[in-house]
Design a binder for this molecule. Structure first.
Ligand code: SF4
Ligand code: F3S
Length: 392
């Protein structure tokens, strides 16, 4: 296998196909603020009714929301794979002979309960009593859970693509979306086994596998995916993750204004506030999460950092756990700039390519250079004249 550079791990790693993903002008990406998710599953149903409502697709939830730490779809998907990997070993390095990646096919019953573990909390829950939290003295809650929306990451090192011997899975040149060609697929299910996030799903009625499509028809028209536009909690921002600070003004589609994309700032600036899920798998996932700020950092460390002995120097803090504390604090008490970007979440169904935060204003432009958001960061509060309501 050739080596490719993985910036999430800060090192080269083996991957079956050579590529230079960081040099693409455009790559599909998403940031999800877990602190705003209320597990309403509007995203899950919007996705299902759009893409997987047919025969044989009954258990296909391309978009699902699971409660951490006990939920998971398929059941226990992460806890089954993590112990199979040695420290500092990606799924490609841990592959058994004749395979491209370490993985497993979840059993039928593991797909049957998408909501198992929902709302189950971690920690002793004194039933029948009032739960008191002493946040003055304890920084984090003893009793906790949080919601983790999960979807295909349109990885830069897609394990599904690596696994398919028919080369039925491909990554689109124009936006990095990973698609499965159903004409080529013969139902070998090597992709189902290889994807550590379990997003390619086999259709027993057709004998063909299906995988999430990144809502590509909407992306092609400059709109955000259905899970993003339908989210009532305004948890998500979608855009071009590869558009960094040096992107210039060239005019026309996808380069209509100077500057970086808002999601690139949240993920790649010095003010890193959104993290990939299980980067140690080595697939370079392109969905990034603002971590919940009430959850103990030792749990989040294994979920959102490379979690190796050797800490990378582009992470803040002296250990990964310390880094998580810093990122949690940034999410809890955002800078003015991050607060400005947070106003863009759910503000428009148009795909925001570039943005500015200036004084009390945040503005966003689409790929054609049209302004699609222009709003204050802090709203003025009007106090009405006259008699104040009182219950005295
Ligand atoms: Fe493929 Fe899985 Fe990555 Fe999606 S999350 S691109 S299905 S490896
Ligand atoms: Fe390939 Fe997966 Fe189909 S391995 S043949 S895309 S089931």
């Amino acid at each position: 296998m050739p080596d490719v550079y993985n910036p999430q791990l800060g090192r080269e790693q083996p991957y079956p196909y050579e590529h230079r993903e960081e040099e693409r002008d455009y790559h599909w990406g998403m940031v999800i603020n877990t602190n705003r998710c209320i597990n309403c599953n509007t995203c899950s149903f919007a996705c299902k009714s759009t893409w997987t409502s047919g025969e044989g697709e009954e258990y296909m939830w391309w978009m699902n929301v699971e409660t951490e730490p006990y939920g998971g779809y398929p059941m226990g998907w992460d806890m089954k794979l993590l112990p199979e990997l040695d420290e500092d070993e990606t799924i490609f390095e841990a592959a058994d002979s004749g395979e491209q990646a370490k993985g497993y096919i979840a059993a039928k019953q593991e797909w049957e309960y998408p909501a198992l573990g929902d709302d189950q909390v971690h920690g002793e829950y004194p039933t029948g009593e009032t739960v008191e939290s002493d946040l003055e003295n304890d920084e984090y809650h003893d009793i906790w859970q949080f919601y983790l929306p999960r979807l295909c990451n349109h990885c830069k090192n897609p394990a599904c693509l690596a696994g398919c011997p028919r080369q039925a899975i491909y990554k689109r040149e124009e936006d990095g979306i990973v698609l499965l060609d159903q004409e080529r697929c013969r139902g070998y299910r090597r992709c189902v086994k290889a994807c550590p996030y379990h997003k390619p799903m086999y259709n027993p009625e057709t004998g063909i596998t299906e995988k999430p499509v990144g809502c590509y028809p909407r992306i092609e028209e400059g709109n955000v995916p259905r899970c993003v536009s339908s989210c009532i909690g305004k948890t998500r921002l979608h855009g071009n993750i590869n558009r960094g600070p040096d992107a210039g003004h060239a005019g026309g589609k996808r380069s209509a204004a100077d500057g970086r994309s808002p999601i690139n700032y949240l993920v790649h600036s010095d003010e890193k506030v959104a993290l990939p899920l299980y980067p140690q798998f080595g697939t370079q996932p392109q969905v990034f999460y603002m971590p919940p700020y009430h959850v103990p950092p030792e749990f989040l460390t294994q979920m959102f950092t490379p979690n190796t002995e050797q800490k990378r120097n582009d992470w803040p803090g002296s250990t990964y756990e310390e880094s998580i504390r810093i990122v949690q604090e940034r999410a809890r008490d955002p800078s003015h700039h991050v607060l400005g970007i947070l106003q863009l979440f759910g503000a428009t169904t148009r795909l925001i390519e570039t943005y500015t935060v200036k004084e009390n204003k945040v503005k966003g432009w689409d790929q054609n250079g049209e302004k699609v958001v222009d709003m204050p960061i802090y709203e003025d509060i009007e106090v009405r004249e006259g008699e104040q309501w009182t219950n005295q």
